[in-house]
Design a protein around this ligand. Structure first.
Ligand SMILES: Cc1cc2nc3c(=O)[nH]c(=O)nc-3n(C[C@H](O)[C@H](O)[C@H](O)COP(=O)(O)OP(=O)(O)OC[C@H]3O[C@@H](n4cnc5c(N)ncnc54)[C@H](O)[C@@H]3O)c2cc1C
Ligand code: SF4
Ligand code: SF4
Length: 481
């Protein structure tokens, strides 16, 4: 199947990107799909390997290998190559509930283990996925699925991020009457408010919400469960409750003066910026002409960089506590490669500021300022294993003072806030994180980042689907037998 020689004939081509100088002028998505004939060639690069790791949905050494949704990648690549686009999309939708999201923001775990990548570049699976998803919307192949039979059970999903949406979609298809509650004004969780518009246009998120509404799911925004409505009230109203609240506790600096004006959690900064952008009003946290220090080196830090560049920050420094990864991957196929990457936001900042903005093995040890942050002292650290745990030790005589106006904290999340847990009637979240299934108590389930800690959109979707399957198995399948 596929084109037997496709991987030797065609080079990998990614979606077309606007040049950095152009794209940083706005918060609009800067990608365009490849023309149809080129996209078909990209699909033809797939060898349809006998043992396709790309769709394996496995874990090796605790790391996800292959697509967590077990998408039937070689099949839809082949159909796309043949020009059978609708058939290709129909295969894709069998396992991927929101391919327009994963096709845009997934780090493509499938591509990391694609057999083509052993000797050449991986097949561009993610761009093929997005091409099919967007084509399906454009050609109206995606229509609301009318649910013929309701099972008489009412389910409440708390949180409208990818986990909550996937869980709600599956429960709805199984006949539950589903209501999604969201504390924010807009739905989508981090798809709406964390991931910036240039990476995932918010109209794409809204389009999916509309479709889910048309399929019968009720969405209620601006209500924080446990605060605006008590959990007891929810328990009385619904037969099943799913918590899909994400992670509400960002990691802080834990230093003196760490709450001075000018120090913001990245997720607050990014959320507010998206809201300001969508409402076409002035930015609440405007970084124009500001010297910005970003603490953290992951996806969130990268999105902060891209946002700071678009706001015309005067200077940006990104502090990453871990060691600089090698240029060449150290782990061999099919492990997820440990390799230095320059994501879009850092790339833009490096070009605009004519330097590499990243400082590795570096963290903040002191904050300067009276009412507002005025600067920081940074130091170099090295990671060592102590009692089986990784800890960071100072490297002497490496301190340096830096003048800055804003610090953005993008150091990950620590789980759910204690007060939130209390309001949800939960003791602590250690049970949530450690347990394998999704049941927290009778008729109460937990899924997504709230259960597993910070992860990825595709993993949150998969966890939401698994959570729904568990509920269906308990409430619907058992009833029938
Ligand atoms: C800045 C940033 C960028 C990221 N970029 C990527 C990326 O490019 N690719 C990728 O794969 N992953 C990315 N991630 C990770 C990904 O977004 C998350 O793993 C994923 O969104 C988790 O989904 P979730 O549904 O579990 O939680 P969330 O998306 O966090 O959604 C939880 C929802 O629950 C709501 N909620 C919480 N408490 C209540 C309550 N009491 N009542 C009502 N509603 C409530 C919240 O408002 C929120 O809308 C990024 C994360 C961040 C922070
Ligand atoms: S969801 Fe992610 S891992 Fe799965 S096929 Fe799409 S890009 Fe690959
Ligand atoms: S591993 Fe790569 S080449 Fe093989 S089937 Fe999957 S996408 Fe195609």
């Amino acid at each position: 199947m596929g084109k037997p020689t496709g991987f030797m004939e065609y080079e990998r081509k990614n979606r077309i990107e606007l040049p950095v100088e152009e794209r940083i002028k706005s918060f609009a998505d800067f990608h365009t799909s490849l023309p149809k004939d080129i996209q078909r060639q990209q699909a033809a690069r797939c060898m349809n390997c006998g043992v396709p790791f790309c769709q394996s949905a496995m874990k090796i050494d605790g790391k996800n290998v292959g697509c967590p949704l077990a998408n039937w990648i070689p099949e839809w690549n082949h159909l796309l190559y043949l020009g059978l686009e609708e058939e290709a999309y129909r295969r894709l939708e069998k396992t991927a509930p929101f391919p327009e999201f994963t096709g845009s923001v997934c780090p493509a775990l499938c591509e990391a283990v694609c057999c083509c990548s052993i000797h050449d570049e991986a097949v561009g699976v993610r761009s093929n996925e997005l091409y099919l998803a967007e084509l399906a919307f454009a050609k109206n192949w995606i229509q609301p699925k009318v649910i013929k039979e309701r099972n008489g059970l009412k389910a409440c999903v708390i949180g409208s991020g990818p986990a909550g949406l996937a869980c709600a979609k599956r429960l709805n298809e199984a006949g539950f009457s589903v209501t999604v509650y969201e504390k924010n004004r807009r739905f989508g969780g981090l798809l709406m408010y964390g991931i910036p518009n240039m990476k995932l246009d918010k109209s794409i998120v809204e389009r999916r919400i509309r479709l889910l509404e048309e399929e019968g799911i009720k969405f209620i925004g601006n209500i924080k469960i446990g605060y605006d409505i008590s959990i007891e009230e929810i328990k009385e109203k619904y037969d099943e409750i799913v918590f899909a609240c994400g992670t509400s506790l960002p990691r802080g600096l834990n230093l003196e003066k760490d709450s001075l004006e000018g120090i913001y959690y990245a997720v607050d900064f990014l959320s507010m910026t998206t809201e300001d952008y969508l409402l076409k009003r002035n930015f609440t946290y405007d970084l124009k002409d500001k010297r910005v220090v970003i603490v953290g080196g992951g996806d969130t830090a990268n999105d902060c960089c891209a946002t700071a560049v678009r706001m015309q920050a005067k200077d940006i420094i990104e502090l990453e506590i871990t060691k600089e990864p090698p240029i060449k991957p150290t782990k061999e196929w099919p492990y997820y490669p440990n390799q230095k990457k320059t994501d879009y936001g850092v790339e833009e900042a490096n070009i605009v500021l004519h330097k590499d903005i990243r400082k590795y093995q570096t963290t903040i040890c002191r904050i300067y300022g009276k009412d507002k942050v005025e600067g920081v002292r940074i130091k170099k650290v090295e990671s060592v294993i102590e009692n089986g745990k990784m800890v960071f030790r100072d490297i002497p005589n490496t301190e340096e003072d830096i003048v800055c106006d804003v610090i953005l904290l993008a150091m990950g999340f620590l789980g759910t806030k204690k007060e939130d847990l209390r309001r949800y009637g939960m003791k602590d979240d250690s049970f949530i994180v450690s347990t394998k299934g999704h049941r927290y108590a009778d008729h109460i389930s937990v899924c997504g980042d709230m259960k597993n800690g910070q992860s990825l959109v595709v993993l949150a979707i998969k966890d939401g689907l698994d959570c729904a399957e568990e509920i269906i198995e308990k409430r619907v399948c058992k009833k029938k037998t």
